[in-house]
Design a protein around this ligand. Structure first.
Ligand code: FES
Length: 169
């Protein structure tokens, strides 16, 4: 699955508030169009710009308009919406910290190093990993999703917190 760039502004260009709003609009329009066209229940993939500068580990994002995955490489956060729930995952595989990728086969995630596979909600399917994808603390605040990238829940050591780490829309 390809990353959908925002063609309105070079991705490396500085981005003020109107520019960021334009990027978000373009991203959401593409997502809505894809969802309407029935292209996939878990697509497309976007590069995500945080709404505000990270403060400590806290990062703010717009609420995803449709099912799909956004990757914030700068903050190493995967934001995924599936079946009315939004999850924030650590970008790194829980096995040996390789950056995970979206899997075109099951709509979930796959590790390119040892091919561990995960469901869209981060549940481990098979491979060398020994736990689900690590979830991050996530909250719904007004029109935003607020993620604390420094608060990581591992499914094997904090299963209750791991299961609870989602925003239901
Ligand atoms: S690093 Fe991902 S499965 Fe080994």
């Amino acid at each position: 699955m390809d990353i959908v760039p925002d063609s309105s502004t070079p991705s490396s260009a500085p981005c003020d508030a109107p520019c960021l709003a334009r990027r978000i609009f373009v991203r959401d329009a593409v997502a809505a169009a894809a969802a309407f066209a029935g292209l996939s229940s878990f697509a497309p993939l976007h590069e995500l710009a945080a709404l505000s500068t990270r403060s400590g580990g806290v990062v703010h994002y717009p609420i995803p308009a449709a099912d799909g995955v956004s990757i914030d490489k700068k903050n190493e956060v995967i934001l995924a919406r599936t079946k009315g729930e939004v999850f924030a995952f650590a970008l790194s595989c829980p096995h040996q910290n390789t950056a995970l990728r979206v899997s075109g086969k099951n709509g979930g995630f796959q590790c390119p190093r040892h091919q561990s596979r995960y469901e869209p909600n981060g549940t481990f399917i098979d491979g060398k990993a020994t736990r689900n994808m690590d979830r991050l603390k996530i909250e719904h605040a007004g029109n935003e999703i607020v993620v604390d990238a420094d608060v990581v829940y591992e499914s094997d050591t904090e299963p209750a917190k791991w299961f609870a780490a989602s925003v239901k829309l």
